[in-house]
Design a protein around this ligand. Structure first.
Ligand SMILES: Nc1nc2c(ncn2[C@@H]2O[C@H](COP(=O)(O)OP(=O)(O)OP(=O)(O)O)[C@@H](O)[C@H]2O)c(=O)[nH]1
Ligand SMILES: [Mg+2]
Ligand SMILES: [Zn+2]
Length: 303
């Protein structure tokens, strides 16, 4: 395709950031100019939303991405074929979004927390649709949220309809590259819309409670007026971590880390091993039994 607004200066290589992907084309941001649509070589197929790239224009007005610059990290998932797929790159903070409808899946939240730990990214837990809490939330749900707070995570209750919690989250997002992740229909785009007054995001127009609808279809990077970036990503039915090992799983349960050095065995999986300091901590009430149970469940899926 042709970009008629390319100037002479665009013939030299410049850096930009991938906003989104259209098939094999990439939409790349430019400083103080409109984003530019670039073709790519097949070997750069891995370029994802959030990547920094080098691109170059030619005299015909076409632009090509010629290089993907080294990444600080990448959020990936395992596809149903068992291969890894990059969702977005260069992430500072993962905003793990749940809602009271569709129901929160705490094991899914745990999995995103494991990913955040692997990426060395910060994590914030958001629970949206506060207006439905009274009717939908169980005691076990409140306990699950308190467990996250107790181990140091920020948990923010939001109502995207009336703006509750929006400012609180805003403070945590400033100057970072933030990605919203979670199930379809939890309100990721509805929340993101508050921070992007000049853009109209696609939000599901039927107030839905179930699953199955996918409104946002590709991860897209937006500039935040206050500084930083926001990536809105499509909802997932499930999130499967790529190349998960026992070690990575246990590292993702950050409340275990104080105890792990005191396990008798170096390679302790904190299951049946004798003198396991993690299990002892659970028995003494120092680690949430519900989190530990979810850890054991996740462990079953490894190997
Ligand atoms: N009751 C209530 N409904 C909400 C709230 N926030 C969003 N919704 C509704 O939830 C539905 C889904 O919102 P979206 O923002 O499209 O959800 P999403 O997470 O972006 O979904 P995908 O793009 O499919 O991943 C819409 O009908 C919203 O109007 C809220 O705080 N309370
Ligand atoms: Mg959406
Ligand atoms: Zn152990």
């Amino acid at each position: 395709m042709s970009n008629s607004k390319l100037s002479k200066a665009d013939i030299k290589k410049q850096t930009g950031r991938v906003i989104t992907r259209f098939g094999s084309d990439l939409l790349v941001s430019r400083e103080s100019e409109k984003p530019i649509r670039c073709t790519t070589k097949r070997k750069l197929d891995h370029a994802a939303c959030g990547d920094y790239v080098l691109w170059q224009g030619n005299q015909h007005g076409n632009a090509t991405v010629v290089k993907v610059l080294p990444r600080k990290n990448a959020l990936t998932r395992q596809t149903y074929r068992g291969t890894p797929k990059t969702i977005a790159a260069n992430i500072d903070q993962i905003i793990i979004t749940s809602a009271w409808l569709p129901r929160p899946l705490w094991e899914l939240v745990d999995r995103y927390l494991i990913a955040a730990q692997q990426l060395n990214a910060e994590a914030v837990i958001v629970i949206n649709k506060s207006d439905l809490a009274e009717k939908q939330a169980t005691d076990a749900d409140w306990k699950a949220l308190q467990d996250y707070r107790d181990i140091g995570y920020k948990v923010i209750a939001i109502n995207a309809m009336n703006g509750e919690g929006i400012d609180e989250l805003s403070e945590l997002m400033q100057d970072k590259t933030n990605i919203f992740v979670g199930r379809s229909g939890v309100g990721k785009s509805s929340i993101a819309q508050h921070y992007l007054p000049n853009i109209k995001l696609l939000v599901n127009d039927i107030s839905q409670s179930g699953e199955g609808q996918h409104t946002t279809t590709t991860a897209t990077l937006y500039d935040l007026e206050m500084g930083g970036y926001l990536i809105d990503s499509p909802g997932v039915r499930d999130y499967v971590l790529d190349k998960l090992t026992t070690r990575k799983l246990s590292d993702g349960y950050i409340e275990f880390t104080n105890y792990v050095p005191y396990c008798r065995f170096n390679n302790c999986a904190h299951k049946h091993e004798p003198q396991c300091a993690v299990r002892t901590a659970v028995e003494k009430g120092k680690i949430s039994p519900e989190r530990y149970k979810r850890y054991l469940n996740a462990l079953k899926n490894i190997d």
